[in-house]
Design a protein around this ligand. Structure first.
Ligand code: PMP
Length: 305
């Protein structure tokens, strides 16, 4: 991020950014024992306020991630995090910009394998300005690294530790002069990128790997599937995809909160010929996020403050 924010919501209050600290030997610092979400808030110039997208789904996934990683949270988590977001936005100096919100629960103190009452969790919401993605398409590689499988770490949990592994794949992509890495599962089928679900148009059919192939239950992935049914008159086919399937696809695109919808123009140096389906989804999804098209469902956006 280019500039450091001035403040952060930390354990119940807005605090100076630099004061929100953990100990170097804490489990979150040492082993990445935390769970987090990435949420976008789109500035709506007509209304002079933000639309936070899929807030309920993100906070529900945060709670589920904490449970799966044995990080103790109480039933008030969702309400506190939502309150933290309201407090941050109400005091935000960057009115007029799109934002990226990062609610996080981390293990601050307590033993590595301590029970819930021996473990102290902390909470924060960080808020960064988020540039809109451009319509430019990107280059991918199929990483030599595999996605950590569900048998080794719950794939439904969005936990910091998993991203230390994803980071190696991202670095591999950058060293290969590409923009992003696509990771296969340990069973050799397409899983996801470090930040998005993968969609491919193959023989005219829009397909995506099923969650059982070991990927995060992406909220933007679910949105694309809903848009396909509602707006484009046909369901997305969930089936396992191989790297060869992607290499021979007519189109490939990515779907994730930060990436929004990103069209892929080449994989491992092989050109992906088309982009019209991806661009159509990108247009529809962004129109919903920006309030130009009807929201996808009742809880799609929360206007604040
Ligand atoms: N996979 C991974 C590993 C991710 O980190 C993300 C971003 N949260 C996604 C997929 C996309 O999920 P979402 O659409 O919910 O942001």
């Amino acid at each position: 991020y280019e500039t450091e924010p001035q403040s952060i919501w930390w354990n119940g209050a807005i605090t100076d950014w630099g004061r929100a600290r953990v100990h170097v030997a804490s489990e979150t610092a040492l082993r990445g024992l935390n769970v987090f979400e990435g949420i976008r808030a789109y500035w709506r110039p007509d209304e002079q306020r933000w639309a936070v997208i899929e807030l309920a789904a993100h906070l529900q996934r945060l709670t589920e991630s904490a449970r799966l990683m044995n990080i103790p949270v109480d039933s008030g988590l969702v309400e506190r995090m939502a309150g933290g977001i309201v407090a941050l936005l109400a005091g935000s100096a960057v009115r007029g910009a799109d934002l990226y919100l990062r609610p996080t629960v981390y293990v601050n103190a307590g033993r590595y394998s301590g029970s819930a009452d021996e473990t102290e969790a902390g909470e924060f919401v960080a808020c960064h300005s988020a540039d809109p993605t451009t319509a430019e398409s990107i280059r991918c590689i199929v990483s030599s690294w595999r996605r950590i499988p569900d048998e080794a770490m719950p794939t439904r949990a969005k936990t910091g530790a998993a991203y230390t592994a994803f980071r190696n794949a991202r670095i591999e992509a950058i060293q290969a002069d590409a923009d992003e890495a696509i990771l296969l599962s340990t069973r050799g089928v397409v899983a996801e990128t470090p930040g998005a679900a993968v969609f491919a148009v193959i023989e005219g059919q829009l397909t995506t790997p099923p969650l059982s192939d070991g990927l995060l239950a992406g909220i933007t992935r679910a949105a694309v599937m809903r848009i396909a049914e509602r707006e484009l008159g046909g369901p997305v086919v969930e089936r396992s995809l191989t790297a060869d399937d992607l290499a021979g696809a007519d189109e490939v695109f990515l779907a994730g909160t930060l990436d929004e919808i990103k069209v892929v123009n080449c994989i491992d140096g092989r050109r992906i010929p088309d982009c019209s389906v991806g661009e159509k989804f990108r247009g529809l999804y962004l129109a919903m996020c920006r309030g130009i098209a009807e929201p996808l469902h009742d809880e799609f956006e929360v206007m604040m403050p």
